[in-house]
Design a protein around this ligand. Structure first.
Ligand SMILES: *[C@@H]1O[C@H](CO)[C@@H](O)[C@H](O)[C@H]1NC(C)=O
Ligand SMILES: *[C@@H]1O[C@H](CO)[C@@H](O)[C@H](O)[C@H]1NC(C)=O
Ligand SMILES: *[C@@H]1O[C@H](CO)[C@@H](O)[C@H](O)[C@H]1NC(C)=O
Ligand SMILES: *[C@@H]1O[C@H](CO)[C@@H](O)[C@H](O)[C@H]1NC(C)=O
Ligand SMILES: *[C@@H]1O[C@H](CO)[C@@H](O)[C@H](O)[C@H]1NC(C)=O
Ligand SMILES: *[C@@H]1O[C@H](CO)[C@@H](O)[C@H](O)[C@H]1NC(C)=O
Ligand SMILES: *[C@@H]1O[C@H](CO)[C@@H](O)[C@H](O)[C@H]1NC(C)=O
Ligand SMILES: *[C@@H]1O[C@H](CO)[C@@H](O)[C@H](O)[C@H]1NC(C)=O
Length: 278
């Protein structure tokens, strides 16, 4: 036999034994499909880490809560909350800080969108954090009535939008008993949520109203963070099955966390633990 043949035989043997002893079990024990799918954050624009309770785009519906669907529009992740569209600016899902920062999409380019809707966050999985304040915008006000009502100079507190609508604003705590719209002072009024820091900066005239709105505000995440923290700490991915919280482990879905043993000797589980030793 020439040496080339010997070499080929040895190579064949090594590769074959390698495949049968190592690679085959690994292939049979591929990550469970729900674990694999929910391991990915939403791929949209350059906002990283958008994950549970959000789903959509490349994340299947079982990776999040039904009301938390994200769509990718022009490379911007957006979500509807109580029929209002918000851009997701940032998400943090560390167990010590679970929050999402959002901003109104309809106010991104203008202070005068085609229709007026108040912010009202009503969602079981997202709640208004307490670092926010309500900023009121008033549309097409009677200048004299506005000055009487607010005690502010009309022209320095108003802007003409490109569509000829005039928007006025104040950070002053107005008498909420007076309804400016029905009192005929202004045609419309909209409440927007902004960070308290942005609100204070506006009061000091150290930021622009458009920047305060674009800065968005923070929402707290979900009432089931306990189970999700426990699931993630054990190496699982949080999700939903038949309306119930589910922890997708690398080998199977469980209702609690991946540390809770099924009590059965599972070749894939052994393989999983073996892989995680390195
Ligand atoms: C995850 O699931 C969604 C919806 O079924 C699918 O479009 C996407 O390709 C899946 N991605 C992976 C990596 O499994
Ligand atoms: C938000 O609502 C609009 C219509 O109101 C709809 O076209 C859009 O698909 C919704 N987006 C999501 C993420 O639900
Ligand atoms: C995204 O998550 C990774 C890992 O969890 C973390 O290191 C990073 O700081 C996060 N990025 C942001 C913008 O939160
Ligand atoms: C927003 O809420 C205020 C009451 O706080 C109300 O006067 C106003 O009409 C609402 N605006 C819209 C567009 O519904
Ligand atoms: C903002 O308005 C909401 C109603 O939409 C109200 O529940 C909340 O208390 C207001 N927040 C502040 C700081 O006034
Ligand atoms: C609008 O904001 C004012 C305070 O700025 C608050 O008194 C009122 O309850 C808010 N209304 C709505 C519908 O958010
Ligand atoms: C806020 O500052 C701008 C200049 O940056 C000035 O034109 C405007 O009059 C100020 N508004 C108030 C209410 O002080
Ligand atoms: C997993 O759940 C068990 C109870 O089912 C609990 O004792 C354990 O602390 C949990 N593990 C983690 C990492 O939270």
């Amino acid at each position: 036999m020439n040496s080339l043949l010997v070499q080929s035989l040895i190579t064949f043997f090594v590769i074959t034994s390698f495949f049968f002893s190592i690679n085959l079990p690994f292939t049979l024990c591929a990550d469970h499909f729900q674990y694999a799918n929910c391991s990915q954050a939403i791929k949209c624009g350059n906002i990283p880490n958008i994950s549970y309770p959000f789903w959509g785009v490349n994340r299947a519906d079982y990776c999040g809560q039904p009301s938390c669907e994200v769509e990718c529009q022009d490379n911007i992740p957006v979500i509807n909350i109580s029929d209002v569209k918000y851009r997701i600016l940032e998400m943090s899902s560390s167990s010590t800080n679970r929050m999402v920062k959002v901003a109104r999409d309809d106010y991104w380019e203008t202070l005068c969108p085609p229709s007026y809707i108040n912010d009202s966050i009503i969602d079981p999985w997202l709640y208004d954090d307490f670092n926010s304040r309500n900023l009121s915008l008033y549309y097409d006000c009677n200048p004299a009535a506005f000055e009487t009502y607010t005690g502010l100079d009309y022209s320095s507190n108003s802007q003409v939008c490109s569509n000829k609508v005039t928007v006025s604003f104040t950070t002053k705590n107005l008498n909420s008993a007076i309804d400016v719209v029905s009192a005929g002072v202004c045609k419309d009024m909209v409440n927007l949520t902004v960070f308290e820091t942005a609100f204070i900066a506006l009061e000091k005239n150290s930021t622009k109203i458009q920047d305060a709105i674009k800065g968005g505000f923070e929402l707290g995440l979900g009432i089931d963070t306990g189970p999700c923290d426990s699931c993630e700490a054990s190496g699982g991915k949080c999700g939903v099955s038949h309306g119930e919280f589910m922890c997708f482990c690398q080998d199977q879905p469980v209702s609690t966390n991946c540390s809770s043993s099924s009590g059965m000797i599972d070749i894939c589980d052994v393989n999983y633990r073996f892989k995680n030793m390195f």
